[in-house]
Design a protein around this ligand. Structure first.
Ligand SMILES: [Zn+2]
Length: 417
């Protein structure tokens, strides 16, 4: 009996807390899905969702008030290409191995710890949603997502790619007698039967998106291979993200109808035009010079490669192809969190001449559409999840403000204030 009463009290308390309305007083709101900016707004939040917002909204009695009247409120940011379970190090040079192979030398338990630390760093920097692009052991990204969803650890909403599907060999170097090293992270699939099995394994173990590597080796997936992959994934309502680093790879992926081309380091205007026609998003992963150097590039190469990225980003923006933010960080930078490093990519967009509202769209609306979640996230609207961030001052006056996020709310819960 006593237990029953305690349980009822706990449930009542839970529902009261849960039903409590939160009122945010926002000095300014930037709403990227409609490209509108509003001054002096009240946002009411109930059960983790936006109930309504406007200038003349009455704050209900008993509501918890959050004063952001000197700040600008935006939708939570979305990074559509992360590797929170992975970290490479230039230490590899000293060990005499390919630096990327270091990703493969850590056991899954260690990757989970890395994932939980970097997940928190991403959220605190303002990224309320991320799409994990693999290199996370055997479905460790799916486990980190579960731990976040169950409240064990703190982090963004995760959409996980699970185990990367690639032609024989995956992306890295391995010896013929140590192929198993790569097996955790790469499913080698060359025939249609192997591709089907790889996709189904990913679906079975909880992947939210299918990640393929098209062109890391001398052999590449053809456009027919990719169409087959897209059809098989789509049958389970999953989209396909395609790592493309060559012209031929990007061309095959565009013809094959993937949802997004990741990196697209070599993208002539002709491929951009196919992408636009087929509504394929470019997740451009425009590494700043210091991140390239942390990956092991020398100063000269890093600058050259960065300039190449900016040149094609400029063309992509001009072409009208949809661009979504992706950081692709696998390295540590001194005195910066993983999330802060991701925010530093804003400079690449500025360098390419992209307008502030468009930069905000690239970091919110556009990845939300790519992830198929634009009905619940990536904008500020009635009924949407209360994933909100705030910056001090006005990012239209100074875009650098966007790098300093002072408030983070995910599904109505405040994680940074
Ligand atoms: Zn990546």
């Amino acid at each position: 009996m006593k237990l029953k009463i305690t349980l009822i009290i706990i449930l009542l308390t839970y529902s009261l807390v849960n039903a409590q309305i939160v009122a945010i007083k926002a000095g300014k709101i930037i709403e990227p899905s409609t490209e509108k900016v509003y001054d002096n707004q009240i946002i009411l939040i109930e059960n983790g969702k936006i109930k309504e917002y406007g200038a003349d909204i009455a704050i209900p009695e008993g509501a918890k008030i959050i004063d952001l009247s000197k700040s600008t409120v935006l939708p939570g940011l979305i990074d559509a290409h992360t590797h929170i379970c992975a970290k490479v190090s230039i230490l590899a040079d000293q060990l005499g191995i390919d630096f990327l192979d270091l990703v493969l030398l850590n056991p899954d338990g260690y990757l989970a710890i890395q994932g939980s630390v970097y997940a928190k760093q991403m959220l605190e920097a303002g990224f309320t949603t991320i799409r994990e692009a693999g290199n996370s052991g055997k479905y460790v990204d799916v486990d980190v997502k579960r731990a976040i969803n169950e409240g064990l650890i703190v982090g963004p909403n995760i959409y996980a790619a699970g185990r990367i599907i690639a032609p024989f060999g995956g992306q890295f170097r391995t010896n013929a007698d140590k192929q198993y090293i790569v097996n955790n992270e790469y499913f080698y699939a060359d025939t249609y039967d192997e591709l089907k099995k790889a996709i189904r394994e990913n679906i079975f173990y909880g992947s939210d998106v299918i990640k393929i590597v098209v062109d890391s080796k001398q052999y590449k997936y053809s456009s027919d291979d990719i169409s087959f992959i897209v059809n098989e994934a789509n049958r389970a309502k999953l989209k396909v993200m395609a790592h493309c680093q060559t012209l031929e790879g990007a061309y095959n992926a565009a013809l094959g109808g993937v949802a997004s081309i990741e990196h697209g380091w070599t993208l002539p205007d002709s491929i951009l035009s196919i992408m636009k026609q087929k509504n394929i998003t470019l997740v451009s992963t425009d590494f700043p010079v210091n991140v390239l150097k942390a990956f092991g590039s020398n100063d000269e190469y890093a600058k050259k490669f960065h300039n190449k990225l900016i040149e094609r980003l400029k063309r992509a923006y001009k072409s009208g192809v949809k661009i979504a933010f992706g950081s692709d960080i696998m390295v540590d930078i001194d005195n910066e969190t993983r999330g802060e490093v991701a925010l530093s990519y804003i400079d690449s967009f500025v360098e390419a001449g992209i307008q502030t509202m468009d930069i905000i769209k690239i970091m919110t609306v556009s990845p939300a559409e790519l992830l198929g979640i634009s009905n619940i996230r990536g904008a500020i609207a009635k009924g949407m999840c209360a994933d909100l961030i705030a910056v001090d001052g006005n990012p239209f006056e100074d875009i650098q403000k966007l790098k300093n996020i002072s408030f983070v709310m995910k599904s109505g819960i405040v994680y940074k204030k």
